[in-house]
Design a protein around this ligand. Structure first.
Ligand SMILES: Nc1ncnc2c1ncn2[C@@H]1O[C@H](COP(=O)(O)OP(=O)(O)O)[C@@H](O)[C@H]1O
Ligand SMILES: [Mg+2]
Length: 507
């Protein structure tokens, strides 16, 4: 059976039904189903949870069943394809999509209307103007995400910013393990058909900006014609001037002099990345690119206030600013523990730059305990609140509960102190980044029994009032201090796991 042909058919059918093309997950489900793979195997392939893939699958079978008037399920898809019924619809569907002679049954006439309407009036970002784009995707060393719960509202917000508002720079901020990489990976299949290329790079090894830009350009080029890079690609040598019958042809009229070659300062290919962002911006204008930069905190200095670039990395700030402020059609998503300084200033311009602070999973984290087969469901909310719904922290706690407390959450919760386990290693990484003044403020906060005001510098701290406020502001940018509103009073506190970690360290 020709899987590509089956995918094309299904894609057309889904388009007719919904006005949208098959996304990355739907394609993987169809491919996997035809290769007799389980949902769990397909989920691994698309970095998603089996429950999510199962949900997408059942929605897809519904759409296909409605379109074909035949009950399509994961089990029946292959036999139905082999029977040939599916293919009988091919010409009808194609006619529908082109919108030309509609000589098909009523059902498909109705479908035609749907597709036609959605092409003419895309109303919401959930119903974007359909395009048949097949983006080139390079997820580089993006992590593998096997489970994914909820985050529905955050995914909708991101989709709105990117598709409806055309926001050019988005920062997703959160502590380690909060799910920044996971949500970005989950978002990609939802919006990928709106992009020409999608690239994911981690800044984990602190690449200089020039190296990153060279890498981005290399991918954007991807062997395809690159109209935005005029000079090397210009067909000047290919112009058939010498071959022409010279006397007969008005050679001066050939467009050679009009080509913009001399006007553009074009670096040699190996130097392209060395320019300060101007060159990549040409690509971002001519191609709609989605660029995800993970681990952005690694380009910031440790032991200084948040958001200060390491020496030699300051040009990243200019680059981010250019991405937000210049006119282009692409989008860059930064995943970071710390808010870059430029973002704080650019946020006021709203449209060009947005920040999503990734808080906990809330009650949807209960699914994690269900999947792990925990009992004592009445204790789950307490545990979720204790770790502020951070999925990685909850997984770590769950492992400790299973290993040390024989799966009894109540024993874990009533232990003398909060068990950090492997979390300590992760929190070390956050702590090592702090300046001395921030460490002092953290120690002071860890020893408060309740949320406190910061309108006055605490007498105990040997810091000037301005040092104190700067340290608090910086800790807020690192998402290490929580704000609590009590009536008209704004109070600050550490979350329990962080307070416990700090107390352990300063013992
Ligand atoms: N929405 C979610 N549902 C279930 N698990 C999640 C979710 N988000 C993240 N995780 C899990 O938590 C861990 C940390 O997520 P990750 O995205 O790597 O965090 P970050 O990038 O913020 O450090 C991963 O194992 C991931 O599978
Ligand atoms: Mg990550």
């Amino acid at each position: 059976m020709d899987i590509a042909a089956a995918l094309k058919l299904a894609d057309d059918l889904v388009f007719v039904q919904t006005g949208k093309r098959l996304d990355y997950v739907q394609q993987a489900i169809l491919r996997g189903t035809l290769k007799k793979r389980t949902y769990t195997q397909i989920a691994k392939e698309v970095y998603s949870s089996s429950s999510h893939v199962r949900n997408v699958g059942s929605e897809l079978w519904k759409i296909l069943s409605e379109g074909l008037g035949e009950n399509i399920t994961k089990a029946s898809l292959k036999p139905i394809l082999e029977k040939g019924t599916f293919y009988n619809y091919q010409s009808a569907i194609v006619e529908n999509i082109t919108g030309e002679t509609v000589t098909v049954n009523n059902k498909l006439n109705i479908c035609y209307k749907k597709a036609h309407e959605s092409r003419e009036s895309p109303k919401t970002p959930q119903n974007p103007q359909p395009t048949a784009k097949q983006p080139r995707i390079d997820l580089g060393d993006a992590p593998e995400i096997l489970t994914f719960y909820d985050r529905t509202s955050q995914l909708t917000t991101l989709e709105n910013w990117i598709l409806a508002s055309r926001t050019r720079l988005i920062a997703i901020l959160g502590l380690a393990g909060s799910g920044k990489s996971a949500i970005a990976l989950q978002l990609i299949p939802q919006i990928q058909h709106q992009f020409d290329c999608i690239i994911w790079r981690s800044l984990r090894n602190s690449p200089p900006l020039s190296a990153l830009q060279t890498d981005l350009i290399k991918f954007c080029r991807g062997g395809a014609p690159v109209p935005a890079l005029p000079v090397p690609a210009l067909p000047v040598p290919a112009l058939p001037v010498p071959a022409l019958p010279v006397p007969a042809l008005p050679v001066p009229a050939l467009p050679v002099p009009a080509l913009p070659v001399p006007a553009l300062p074009v670096p040699a290919p190996e130097e392209e990345g060395a320019t300060t962002g101007g060159l990549p911006l040409q690509y971002l204008r001519s191609h709609r690119c989605l660029i995800v930069l993970d681990d952005v905190q690694t380009i910031f200095s440790s032991q200084q206030l948040a958001g200060n670039y390491k020496p030699g990395y300051e040009n990243y700030g200019t680059f981010f600013k250019q991405i937000a402020e210049s006119c282009h059609n692409s989008c860059m998503i930064l995943l970071s523990w710390e808010k870059p300084r430029e973002i704080a200033a650019l946020e006021s311009q709203q449209k060009s730059c947005q920040t999503l602070q990734l808080n906990g999973l809330g009650e949807s984290a209960r699914e994690l305990f269900t999947e792990k087969g925990f009992a004592e469901s009445e204790k789950w909310s307490e545990l979720i609140e204790l770790y502020r719904g951070n999925p990685f922290w909850l997984n770590t706690a769950a492992a400790a509960i299973q290993d040390l407390f024989n799966g009894k959450i109540s024993d874990f919760l009533s232990y003398d102190s909060l068990v950090l386990g492997d979390l300590e290693y992760l929190l070390d990484k956050h702590f090592q980044r702090l300046s001395d003044t921030e460490k002092q403020v953290m120690s002071w906060l860890a020893n408060q029994n309740k949320a406190v005001e910061i309108s006055k510098k605490p007498a105990l701290l040997e810091l000037s009032p301005s040092e104190f406020l700067k340290a608090v502001e910086s800790l807020r940018r690192r998402l290490l201090i929580e704000k609590v509103q009590k009536g008209d009073r704004t109070l600050f506190q550490l979350q329990p796991a962080i307070a416990e970690y700090i107390k352990e360290r300063i013992k």
